[in-house]
Design a protein around this ligand. Structure first.
Ligand code: KIV
Ligand code: NA
Length: 266
């Protein structure tokens, strides 16, 4: 039961074993999901929304990603750890992209990085892959493009857009990406891309035909009070669990039922 590498992840596409991915931003969650046998952990820039309370992922910094990546890698997971390159850490020029990707690996302990975009970011993917840092691409609904997209909208519904997304997928593979996230695209298009590519596709809001699946841990636990998109499935109710525990604590302390002598020192 050794640590997983990108080769193990890629092999799963060939054998047809589905690749399981969840986001994690800290030590305890990483310990738990790694003990369950998750294949890959994504330190996503979704941390800016579900952890830090921002409206979107744009305010997240490289230092934020480093802090959370360190917390995750301190858990020494067997899962492959991939960290998101946040907005403005790779768009300006290739030198910035290389340095920031390098910091996430060198200072954070990430084993790969993820960045958003298709054909227009192939130079960036190649520059980072050339320094032997595996890159996961991310196409379709790319949250860092929220202002261009005019909100979080399903992409590639029209045939012309669908064709461009297929070309994006082939372009990021050609540039050296070891895997690609397909987010918010019709399930038939995701199936088409998955069949065309030799690298694994990891879907989110992209239907059942991808090689793997990623979701945000807070979403599967029902931890977010805000909107829950259609593609999310809730596997637990941590909100109620936490709320009940906190309410019981408050009640017992108020009533003088806790702490008891049993919780005290003589
Ligand atoms: O930031 C994130 O959590 C992500 C995944 C949901 C794909 O990019
Ligand atoms: Na992300």
């Amino acid at each position: 039961n050794r640590a997983k590498t990108i080769l193990d992840i890629q092999k799963m596409k060939a054998t047809g074993e589905k690749i399981t991915v969840l986001t994690s931003y800290d030590y305890p969650f990483t310990r738990i999901m790694d003990e369950c046998g998750i294949d890959m952990i994504l330190v996503g820039d979704s941390v800016g929304v579900v952890f830090a309370g921002h409206d979107n992922t744009l305010p997240v910094t490289v230092d934020d990603m480093l802090y959370h990546t360190r917390a995750v890698t301190r858990a020494r997971p067997k899962a492959l750890v991939v960290t998101d390159m946040p907005f403005l850490s790779y768009q300006t020029d290739l030198r910035d992209a290389r340095i920031n990707a390098g910091r996430l690996v060198k200072e954070g302990g990430a084993e790969a990085v993820k960045l958003e975009g298709g054909a227009h970011v192939t130079d960036t993917i190649r520059a980072i892959a050339d320094m032997d840092i595996p890159v996961m691409a991310h196409i379709g609904l790319t949250p860092q493009s929220i202002h261009r997209m005019g909100g979080y909208k399903v992409q590639g519904k029209k045939e012309e857009q669908a064709q461009r997304l297929l070309e994006d997928a082939l372009a990021v593979q050609e540039a050296g990406a070891f895997a690609v996230v397909l987010e918010g695209i019709p399930l038939t298009l995701a199936g088409r891309i998955t069949a065309e590519l030799s690298i694994p596709t990891i879907g989110i809001g992209a239907g059942p035909h991808c090689d793997g699946q990623v979701l945000v841990i807070h979403d599967i636990l029902g931890l977010c009070e805000k909107y829950s998109p259609k593609f999310v499935k809730r596997y637990g109710d941590a909100r109620t669990l936490i709320s009940d525990a906190v309410a019981s604590y408050i009640s017992e302390v108020k009533k003088g039922e806790f702490p008891t002598e049993g919780h005290s020192f003589n």
